[in-house]
Design a protein around this ligand. Structure first.
Ligand code: FE
Ligand code: FE
Ligand code: FE
Length: 169
């Protein structure tokens, strides 16, 4: 980690971390889509992949606008969250129970992102980077909407289907 002494350093560090996280997600989301048996869930992952690509571009836009330089770091938290989903895929057979677990994992990812962007937006405002705050706000809205969509898929379909697996077994 680079030496961090100012709020601007902290902002750049946080932005570098979430940039790494988003990049890792662009690789993971198509695997998650393929691993889901529920059609809506699978489409949800694919839609969010497209959004995530746009989110990466938003960060690049913020970097360009502010003429800052990102640290080259790897977000270990996202690495861990993605690893947990990979474990689910390799150990749980395809079906509603796996889907329920993939949703739980994906919601942890969204919450990590919501916390990260929430903090970055407040730091940006404090630093007087109002345009950056606005740009990152668009991403925050997408993360929140994705979290809600996942809850909806779980509660309207997947959790009940997963419970029925129990009866069938
Ligand atoms: Fe994201
Ligand atoms: Fe991180
Ligand atoms: Fe997301």
């Amino acid at each position: 980690m680079k030496r961090i002494t100012t709020l601007e350093d902290a902002f750049i560090h946080g932005l570098s971390d979430i940039y790494s996280a988003e990049k890792q997600l662009t690789k993971a989301l198509s695997k998650l889509a393929r691993a889901s048996s529920n059609r809506e869930l699978s489409e949800g992952f694919e839609d969010h992949l497209e959004e995530t690509q746009g989110q990466v571009e938003r960060i690049e836009k913020v970097v360009d606008n502010l003429e800052i330089k990102l640290e080259r770091i790897r977000c270990r938290a996202m690495e861990g969250l993605i690893e947990e989903s990979q474990e689910v895929i390799s150990e749980i057979e395809k079906g509603p129970v796996r889907d329920a677990m993939l949703i739980a994992g994906a919601q942890k990812v969204e919450h990590y992102e919501i916390a990260s962007y929430g903090c970055l937006i407040e730091m940006a405002k404090q630093l007087g980077y109002d345009d950056a705050a606005d740009i990152l706000e668009d991403t925050l809205d997408e993360e929140k909407a994705t979290d809600e969509r996942l809850t909806e898929i779980a509660t309207s379909q997947v959790n009940e289907e997963a419970l029925e697996m129990d009866v069938a077994a």
